[in-house]
Design a protein around this ligand. Structure first.
Ligand SMILES: C[S@@+](CC[C@H](N)C(=O)[O-])C[C@H]1O[C@@H](n2cnc3c(N)ncnc32)[C@H](O)[C@@H]1O
Length: 263
């Protein structure tokens, strides 16, 4: 085994992050940013350092799972979800289940929760719930707290901010309980090969698979196919694409917005 693979084997064992399922380039770039930070040049030396340094293990975990996100990221996608996708689902049923997979610090699932709440004002019988999952324990803790800096809210109107957040004395914004209660956060590794639930109406997995290799992307599509109801929606990030092998599983619904329906 070469030095790089010795290190990735350590990472898999210590952090349960399966490096082999990510693009090698991506892992190397993330590793080099951590190695530079601790002034280590060789993989083997970093391997030794990692084994004995718990703080570095957490830093590396954060580096490997970059968590950039914001409320209503790519506004037009969420506008379409509110204007078309949820009303379409509501024609068939009142119980709506959404999975925000790779939810990071919670901005994405809370955005869906706000949409469900707003639609609920005119459809009081709607029963909506969002499963929100991530591989990063630290970020899930922050997501549950639901406390944000102002820039995370940039895509929202002042009125929305007033309605859905409490401005705290420290200048941060805390999501209100009536939105928070619609979201269930939990740890889930998308590489585990099974969906968080079945009969889902919409799976939002955005800006996560950019780091996955092609076979992993295909496997993930199969997992999402199993999790969705017939005709359920798969919402991807704008720069993502379906694995070639899984194209027959989904039909393009809005190609530019990377929204698909389950075949
Ligand atoms: C860039 S954020 C995307 C956040 C949000 N979906 C968005 O588009 O704004 C990517 C998230 O995917 C998570 N992630 C990476 N690999 C994962 C895996 N195997 N299973 C679950 N989550 C994963 C990371 O921890 C990170 O929080």
């Amino acid at each position: 085994m070469d030095d790089f693979h010795t290190l990735t084997a350590t990472i898999e064992r210590l952090l349960q992050i399966r490096c082999g399922n990510y693009k090698e380039d991506y892992i190397k770039r993330r590793l080099s940013s951590r190695m530079n930070a601790v002034r280590i040049k060789e993989y083997l030396e970093y391997n030794r350092f990692l084994l004995t340094n718990q703080e570095e293990q957490e830093k590396l975990r954060n580096a490997l799972t970059i968590n950039v996100t914001k409320f209503f990221r790519d506004k037009e996608v969420f506008e379409l979800v509110k204007r078309e996708l949820i009303p379409e689902i509501l024609k068939k049923k009142q119980r709506i289940r959404i999975w925000s997979a790779g939810c990071s610090s919670g901005e994405e699932p809370y955005s869906y929760a706000i949409i469900l709440y707003e639609i609920g004002l005119t459809h009081p019988s709607i029963d909506g719930l969002i499963y929100a999952t991530d591989i990063d324990y630290e970020i899930l803790k922050r997501a549950k707290e639901g406390v944000y800096e102002r820039p995370a809210l940039d895509n929202m109107t002042e009125l929305q901010i007033k309605k859905y957040f409490t401005l705290r004395p420290d200048g941060k914004y805390e999501i209100k309980p009536h939105i928070r209660e619609k979201v269930r956060f939990q740890y889930h590794d998308l590489m585990r090969g099974e969906p968080i639930s079945r009969y889902l109406d919409l799976i939002s997995c955005r800006n996560v698979t950019i780091y996955f290799n092609e076979p992993q992307k295909n496997d993930l599509c199969k997992v999402f196919h199993q999790g969705l109801t017939a005709g359920g929606y798969y919402v991807m990030g704008l720069s993502e694409y379906l694995g070639k092998e899984s194209e027959p599983l989904f039909k393009s619904y809005r190609p530019l917005l990377k929204i698909f329906t389950r075949q």
